[in-house]
Design a protein around this ligand. Structure first.
Ligand code: CA
Length: 493
């Protein structure tokens, strides 16, 4: 039977309303918003997920609708007093025998798609590459049945920037790692303008200088440039077309987790279900990345104890501190994260949002930390630092991941060209409203018709199906592929 409200933790003194039509207590309270389960005095802690999400700004009657303006937001946990690796979870029993059909690459990585990738050193050449890609798709791709797609790896970086400034390292390594992605066989074509700051040798310092790069300023006009790209593409397509999917252990998966358009259900339905699937993936030997610094910051005291060792805990703190400083330079703090949609969805503040967000990370030990745009190398659960902005986070996670899981409460059509994006809804109402965009409904958990474990297993199996190319995500069916948006914390000139 569908409950009236959901209380997450025994200590909680608020709960969220389940019914799509809301519920009547001391007043009418809409779905996913909070009801006071007791009388509150001024400054009394308001507790959800067993943690303080705010202090009552004034006395609150039992049965009242707790709105954002009735809470004072607590300050973020201080970074100098955090427990370091004090409660590292022990490994759970391994899950053996789970496989998917992937494309094995020369560098050891495994692709979940077989894509012709054409990368760019600078935005100036992006429309030329897009033009060439349209022709490749129309004229060449139909002849190569084993190749899934041709993708221009275009972005807004590459010139007009302080390329030697420390902040430039982030977009450069992000674009490098995306260009060498497993799903383009770790071997892209490269198109450069010629005069740009991000020269091919800076983007790929490990490549020998003789490697073929198409330099537009060396070509005779637009038509010749496109013809040169088409010739190189045809040669590469012949190589890619010889590749076959082969059985690969689930440990070859690198799954990036993200949430966007979250609501108060996200932390009780889709994010815990994703967390359960994350634990299954870790048990199967895979890599699972969680990210979004501003949505982790207020729950960091729950994460540093889970680090595999003190160094990993200190790496987590280093990434939190970097982002605190970055926001302070812009005269902001982590409270700038929440959106009008989050608040409409019942999330009072970033503290409540963060406590629900970290449920995606499951219960495993945190094995390592990657900084912005770095490629993740360890197995198990890892924290990959990114902004929480959906398309910037996704771009940075793309430096490593070959599968993407995205949870949403308010709904988003988000997708990426280079990896499949599985979208999981927090509420059944969203899955019913958007049946041709949401891949998996975790709202069944709130309705009482499925458990967190049920949906976690459903997601785990769906990841293996999609990674094998046997099932297609809605975003891929419609070709909903967001632009790449590398994070550039460095100066623009
Ligand atoms: Ca996000």
């Amino acid at each position: 039977m569908t409950p009236v409200y959901i209380k997450v933790h025994a200590r909680d003194n608020v709960a969220i309303i389940v019914s799509p039509d809301g519920a009547d207590f001391a007043e009418h309270i809409p779905q996913s918003h909070k009801v006071a389960l007791e009388e509150f005095e001024e400054n009394q802690p308001v507790i959800r997920y067993g943690e303080i999400i705010g202090l009552a700004a004034r006395p609150i009657r039992k049965g009242s609708w707790i709105r954002e303006d009735m809470l004072h937001m607590p300050s973020a946990p201080p970074l100098d007093k955090l427990p370091l690796a004090t409660a590292t979870p022990s490994a759970q029993p391994p899950l053996e025998g789970y496989t998917f059909e992937g494309f094995r690459n020369h560098d050891g990585s495994v692709g979940t798609k077989n894509i012709l990738g054409i990368t760019t050193t600078v935005q100036c050449v992006a429309p030329t590459v897009d033009y060439a890609v349209r022709r490749i798709k129309a004229e060449l791709l139909p002849r190569f049945a084993n190749v899934d797609d041709a993708v221009g790896i275009t972005h807004t970086y590459g010139c007009g920037v302080a390329i030697e400034a420390p902040g430039a390292a982030t977009p450069i390594r992000t674009i490098r790692n995306i260009s060498l992605h497993a799903n383009v066989g770790a071997d892209p074509l490269v198109v450069s303008l010629g005069c740009e700051k991000m020269q091919p040798s800076r983007m790929f310092p490990m490549w020998e200088s003789g490697r073929n790069v198409i330099r537009m300023q060396d070509e005779r006009g637009f038509g010749e440039t496109v013809a040169t790209i088409m010739r190189a593409a045809e040669k590469r397509l012949e190589e890619l077309n010889r590749r076959q999917r082969v059985p690969c252990p689930a440990s070859d998966l690198i799954v990036g987790l993200q949430c966007g358009g979250s609501d108060a259900f996200s932390g009780v339905t889709c994010n815990p279900a994703v967390g359960y699937a994350a634990d299954l993936l870790v048990r199967a030997g895979a890599t699972v990345m969680f990210s979004e610094v501003t949505e982790v910051r207020d729950a960091i005291h729950l994460l540093t104890p889970r680090a595999a060792n003190e160094d990993v805990a200190r790496d987590l703190i280093r990434e939190m501190q970097w982002y605190d400083d970055y926001l302070a330079r812009g005269s902001a703090d982590r409270s700038a994260n929440t959106t009008p949609g989050n608040k409409r969805g019942g999330l009072a503040n970033i503290v409540e949002k963060a406590l629900g967000s970290v449920a995606k990370a499951g219960t495993s030990a945190i094995m390592s930390v990657a900084s912005h745009g770095e490629r993740v190398t360890s197995k198990g659960l890892v924290f990959a630092a990114t902004p929480a902005s959906d398309f910037i986070c996704g771009t940075q996670q793309l430096a490593s991941m070959n599968m993407h899981v995205f949870t949403t409460g308010e709904g988003t059509p988000y997708g990426l060209a280079m990896v499949p994006v599985i979208k999981v809804s927090s509420r059944t109402a969203l899955a019913e409203k958007w049946p041709d965009l949401i891949d998996l409904d975790a709202g069944r958990i709130a309705m009482g018709s499925a458990s967190i474990e049920d949906v976690g297993w459903d997601l785990f199996r769906l990841i293996l199906e999609v990674a094998s190319g046997r099932k297609q995500t809605w975003a891929d069916k419609w070709g909903l592929h967001n632009a790449l948006a590398p994070f550039n914390p460095g100066p623009v000139t």
